[in-house]
Ligand binder design. Structure first.
Ligand code: HDD
Length: 751
């Protein structure tokens, strides 16, 4: 690898004039001399403002400051007022000409209340409309300081952050658990200016050039005539596009894998996707890709769970994030970087680092941890924080710069632009959640919703009236550095580099890196999604793409669709699988996982208090499921047989085997399920059946164990029946660290 570029001299030459102007003798000693004939070269006090320039220095607290203490969550003050502070006598009756008369135009309170309500909504994001957010803290490890001068990466340095997770395709009110990419956008409020790392849970993208973004989104969102389907990729226009525009095949395979249906935001990886350029204090540069690694590991739902949750709890991911934080199981990620030498061709191991449809396998470039993120505070007001937060890739601190990736370059335009409509004007960075924590001294003025009352008379440069302020900073003042990389002398063209034409090698790499059970899921996902398409030609065209990825994959999906298997049109690339891409086969902590415990008055409930303690001690949450609410034999019930559904639990314990209640779901289906499995309450039978099918760990003792024996599952992998309540849970906990009992998931795929 070539040595990193030395660019300090170039920068110093450019910044020399400024650095001289800000020589150390002068700052900190501003004078109040009147403007001279010359342009000031050193900062000094502006002229004193005219009296009428003075702005009110006290404000009515709005409660909108994000740093305000949690206690001020409720309404403020004892008395209701108008927006102008006048106390109100009545807000329940409009002012009318007599009790039966029409409303009077003069009812200002009525008009103010209704007008404001009429305008409560803002346009949803054009993509990533559905999301959830949380506050937290990032702590630098100091391991990146030799590569990157950004202060927030220094050892032990703590920086406030706000993270917004999202789905891409659905509207604001759509379900959380749909098959889709997830957004993972982080705002670091660093002392040197805000850094927005706007990434996804998938490290590659559908397109190589930002100019194609409207195309992929128009294809992937609902059909324009009927606005269906909502938040789905299982429809004709999506598959029409990705089968014609084959650079999308890599991202599509990730979508069809388990990564498309995460178990929780807490169990997702995050990726900055693009390659960035890092600059250290000596002005040396490297190229780097950002990775977020979740402490809990990467885990997913099963497809059936995801579908059930769409109806049972469309807010599943949002709820899971907030419940975990409020229970003290703070979600954690490590930020890591893959580092590459900043060579002229911007490639590594033959991989084009400017092509966002390619990864660099971790086996080729290790992910080096550089800091830790902990989310520890839920939003106080969803609209103020999660809805109004505005990310932008151009928000970079000194030490991190962009590259020429054409996807990144286009994003630099789009994110600023979109907020103008969404947040109604150019002053969105003054909204509390978007305010930098670094001091701001810009010359941006006026515009809709201007909240700042700017003093001074000279928001322009050069000036003499405001003492020449503000001055550009130089290297010594840690100014942002646009790395003076060489822009190739090349003709102006609408074209891609040759390397961008490889659309299949890394899709094959991903497929071959999967375990058998993950391959099985991918086959089922393609078969399901293409099975939902109407146009035969689209299915056949996508099969032709699969034929270029892997013959077994193609054959399996074609069989499921009942279509012939096409021949590949390209040679298979010779790729080395990357084990790091597989989610299966490791052990993980159980923080924040849900353990359902079925109890009934005739069950063996003696061990329950100890088991609950052990579950809490493991950082998990026990939920007692009883025949009715309130208490059962002195134990508090959190879910009833009516409100519980298996999808909420990561594991199930049975301390009882309640007899069928006469009023239990008197539907034919429920009765059939009970008969088909075992004689107990059909809703409990369904819990066991689904947990077993979804490869979750199940344990039982006493009559609970008998139920599992009667149901014929006691001797299957991941079902624990021997011993006391606490002995059963100890084994259950150990099995849960593998996430699921994948041996129970049928797969015909070879390893
Ligand atoms: Fe984007 C939002 C991630 C390509 C245009 N994008 C948005 C969000 C995330 C991403 C996480 C939600 C931010 C939030 O929570 O407010 N986008 C990505 C990633 C991409 C990507 C990882 C590729 C590597 N995006 C991309 C392109 C364009 C956009 C190529 C346009 C040319 N994205 C937008 C947008 C959004 C947005 C229209 C909608 C709302 C917003 O920006 O603030 O500007």
């Amino acid at each position: 690898s070539k040595p990193a570029k030395k660019i300090k001299e170039a920068v110093e030459a450019a910044a020399g004039k400024v650095a001289d102007a800000l020589s150390p003798d002068v700052p900190g000693a501003p004078s109040s001399v009147p403007p001279s004939l010359e342009e000031p070269t050193t900062p000094r006090e502006p002229l004193p403002p005219k009296k009428e320039h003075g702005a009110p220095d006290t404000r009515t607290p709005t409660g909108a400051e994000t740093g305000a203490p949690k206690e001020s969550k409720g309404q403020q003050g004892a008395y209701l007022t108008t927006s102008q502070g006048a106390r109100l006598r009545d807000t329940d009756h409009s002012l009318k000409a007599g009790p039966r008369g029409p409303i009077l135009m003069q009812d200002h309170h009525f008009r103010e209340k209704i007008t404001h309500f009429d305008h409560e909504r803002i346009p949803e994001r054009v993509v990533h409309a559905r999301g959830a957010g949380a506050h937290g803290v990032f702590t630098g490890y100091g391991t990146a300081t030799n590569l990157c001068r950004a202060g927030f990466l220094a050892k032990g340095k703590e920086t406030d952050v706000f993270v917004r997770f999202s789905t891409v395709l659905g509207s604001r009110g759509s379900a959380d658990t749909v098959r889709d990419t997830r957004g993972f956008a982080t705002k670091f409020y660093t002392d040197e200016g805000t850094f927005d790392l706007v990434g996804n849970n998938i490290p590659v993208f559908f397109i190589q050039d930002a100019i194609k973004f409207p195309d992929i989104i128009h294809a992937a969102k609902w059909h324009p005539d009927k606005e269906i389907p909502q938040a789905q990729s299982a429809h004709d226009t999506f598959w029409d596009f990705v089968s014609l525009h084959t650079e999308a095949q890599h991202h599509t395979m990730w979508n069809m894998s388990d990564r498309g249906i995460p178990r929780s935001y807490r169990t997702m990886e995050g990726f900055g996707v693009h390659t960035f350029r890092l600059v250290n204090a000596a002005g040396e540069t490297v190229l780097a890709k950002f990775h977020w690694k979740p402490k809990l590991g990467v885990h997913s739902l099963t497809w059936e769970e995801a579908q059930l949750l769409g109806g049972i709890d469309p807010d599943f991911h949002r709820r899971d994030l907030y419940d975990a934080i409020e229970a003290g199981a703070f979600p954690e990620w490590e930020l890591g970087i893959q580092v590459f030498p900043d060579t002229d061709d911007e490639t590594f191991a033959g991989i084009d680092l400017l092509d966002s449809t390619k990864i660099v396998p971790e086996e080729l470039a290790e992910v080096q941890p550089i800091g830790k993120l902990v989310l520890n505070r839920t939003p106080r007001n969803f609209h103020a924080e999660v809805e109004q937060v505005a990310f932008h890739l151009g928000n970079l601190p000194p030490g991190i710069d962009v590259t020429n990736d054409p996807l990144l370059q286009g994003r630099l335009f789009s994110y600023l632009d979109t907020q103008l409509t969404r947040l109604a004007g150019p002053n969105f960075s003054q909204i509390p959640i978007n305010r930098p924590h670094a001091p701001v001294n810009d010359m941006l003025r006026d515009g809709f919703h201007q909240h700042a009352v700017h003093a001074g008379v000279a928001p322009y440069r050069p000036n003499s009236l405001d003492g020449g302020n503000p001055f550009p900073a130089g290297d010594k003042e840690n100014a942002f550095l646009d790395v003076p990389v060489r822009v190739a002398e090349a003709p102006k063209v609408r074209a891609n580099p040759i390397s961008y034409a490889d659309h299949y090698s890394q899709v094959r790499l991903f497929w071959l890196s999967m375990s058998p059970v993950e391959k099985e899921h991918i086959v089922r996902a393609y078969t399901f999604e293409l099975g939902k398409c109407y146009e035969q030609a689209i299915k056949e065209r996508q099969l032709r793409c699969l034929a270029n990825i892997d013959p077994l994959l193609c054959e399996q999906v074609a069989t499921g669709l009942g279509l012939p298997v096409p021949e590949p049109t390209e040679e298979f690339a010779d790729v080395t699988p990357s084990p790091a891409l597989s989610q299966v086969g490791k052990k993980w902590p159980g923080d924040g996982r849900m353990v359902g415990i079925v109890i009934d008055p005739d069950g063996d409930l003696e061990g329950i208090p100890l088991v609950r303690e052990a579950i809490f001690a493991g950082g998990m949450v026990p939920l007692l499921i009883g025949p009715h609410g309130g208490m059962v034999n002195g134990l508090p019930v959190q879910r009833t047989f009516l409100t519980a559904r298996s999808v909420e639990f990561d594991a199930l314990l049975l301390a009882g085997a309640p007899a069928p209640a006469p009023d239990a779901l008197p539907s034919r289906d429920a009765k059939a399920a009970a008969v088909a499995t075992v004689v107990t309450d059909p809703r409990v039978a369904l819990l066991v059946e689904e947990c077993w099918r979804h490869s979750k760990v199940i344990g039982g003792w006493g009559v609970g164990a008998s139920l599992l024996h009667d149901a014929g599952v006691a001797d299957t992998p991941g079902v624990v029946t021997g011993g006391s309540a606490t002995e059963v849970f100890t084994q259950v906990k150990e099995l849960m660290s593998l996430h699921r009992v994948w041996e129970r998931f049928p797969s015909i795929m070879p390893a």
